[in-house]
Design a protein around this ligand. Sequence first.
Ligand SMILES: NC(=O)C1=CN([C@@H]2O[C@H](COP(=O)(O)OP(=O)(O)OC[C@H]3O[C@@H](n4cnc5c(N)ncnc54)[C@H](O)[C@@H]3O)[C@@H](O)[C@H]2O)[C@@H](O)CC1
Ligand SMILES: Nc1ncnc2c1ncn2[C@@H]1O[C@H](COP(=O)(O)OP(=O)(O)O)[C@@H](O)[C@H]1O
Ligand SMILES: [K+]
Length: 508
Amino acid sequence: MSGPLEMLVTPQEMGRIDHAAAASGIDSYALMRAAGTAVAARLLARFPHVERVAVLCGPGNNGGDGYVAARACAQAGVPVVVHSLGDPAKLEGDARHAFDDAGMQPQALADYHPQGGDVVVDALFGAGLSRAIEGEAADCIDRIGEAATPVVAIDLPSGVGGDSGAVLGTALQAVETVTFFARKPGHLLMPGRDLCGTLSVVDIGIPARYASLADSRVVENTPALWQHVFPHAQAAGHKFARGHLGVFSGPMSATGAARLSAEAGLTAGAGLVTVASSGQALAVNAAHLTAVMVKRVDTLEDVRDFASDNRMKAFVLGPGFGVGAKVRDYALALRENALVLDADGITAFAEERPALAEAFSAGDTRLVVTPHAGEFARLFPDFVPEEGRSKLDAARLAAAAINAIVVFKGSDTVIAAPDGRAAINTNAPPWLATAGAGDVLSGITGGLLSQSMPAFEAAAAAVWLHGEAARHAGPGMTADDLPQALARVQRDGLFADRRFDGSAGRTS
Ligand SMILES: NC(=O)C1=CN([C@@H]2O[C@H](COP(=O)(O)OP(=O)(O)OC[C@H]3O[C@@H](n4cnc5c(N)ncnc54)[C@H](O)[C@@H]3O)[C@@H](O)[C@H]2O)[C@@H](O)CC1
Ligand SMILES: Nc1ncnc2c1ncn2[C@@H]1O[C@H](COP(=O)(O)OP(=O)(O)O)[C@@H](O)[C@H]1O
Ligand SMILES: [K+]
């Protein structure tokens, strides 16, 4: 591969790429041989003392890769058994060719019973999985799961949808997955990402230029996506040059969320941060804030005044605010500004999405909404992920519907823009799912927006930094620890200690 491919390619696009490569004269059977051989090499490297390799071959080209791998393992001197789903006499094309070359007589899939010392090569279904797995394939997958036999999956663990990461019927849990040319969304979206185990991407000889046949706007979220517009603070910069962020506080009983968000915004580099608080909550906010300022905002008129100050560059509204007409009115009053709408601010528009979409419809994209799955379903009941619609599709549809950046949160947060750009985030550790973590994310996003970072890149950078901060903070952290951890991530050289060229895990 001439350069690492950041982009994610759907199984449909991969099919187009395969066809175009074959049509241009590239030998498709040579690609299959390269694929199957790479899988065998990976297996033997990971399990040098394997006692027996059990290759489970399906009815398509994924099975073809399996026959190549079976032969390569046998040639390496490892005992191999092959079990096929369906009659191998019906195989066609390259898969037929691979079966003939392997010269092995497969047994029925129903007759595979895992033994201690086995490693399974999963060549049942790859990109061509088109419906739920059931019957003897499902039974076999269950037996392997019960026996906890290690599985090396070809292209995708069987049962995982390549474009969604969803399980169709049932799926194998792999320890290794070897895919070809480029990763598919299902390798990054949950639960697919977990079911893959260690993922490697192998160059099987398809020229990288064929990537132009796929939609290059869908990528993994790494600094490569936004580093070029990241606002590294200038030593000589005035604090106003770094932008002023406003964060709206909830009532007296719910002020903590806004303060968490405000502190995160400051740490993310906003020059100034002000918590906008009702008079009633002013004292409690003031008592808990030092570097962050407090301003009294009681009425819609006050909000308009606050927003019209042209030093104000971005706002965060929603965390702890309360659901109702007030939060809607405030959001609509901020329509000319960069706005992060989170939590209650999202829920409040459940019945009034058109008003939100209308307010932010014209001009540059400046609204960022940050729903978790529950909030997403409230604001976008028409787009929730379901069969045939991945989380990636859902976020892109939602972004286009309201002309906003949609940050669809979770362990596989998707950041989507109305123009179709999208990124899947993969660096968030499970312990990030803790009370208040979402408030911190909205603050980081606001802090980056206040420094005039474009909205899509600001949201993607915020999600990545949030995950990175949580990794630094470690298990047992609370949301209160995140701003400090974020400072450490930035201080210790934000981009220094990790690789961002998308090549991690790639072999070629
Ligand atoms: N040039 C190429 O096209 C290359 C393709 N490669 C391999 O080819 C694979 C794709 O091959 P295919 O498109 O033939 O697809 P698959 O081999 O993934 O599966 C398609 C077959 O499975 C059947 N099927 C789908 N879902 C089923 C279900 N739930 N229950 C029972 N049967 C089901 C289909 O009817 C079809 O016969 C890739 O995943 C990759 O492993 C590699 O050999 C590299 C080169
Ligand atoms: N299983 C998980 N692994 C990693 N990160 C997660 C997981 N579940 C949720 N998150 C992240 O944790 C944060 C939780 O935010 P949110 O749901 O708004 O919680 P809260 O309202 O308590 O702040 C989000 O950034 C989300 O992406
Ligand atoms: K497979």
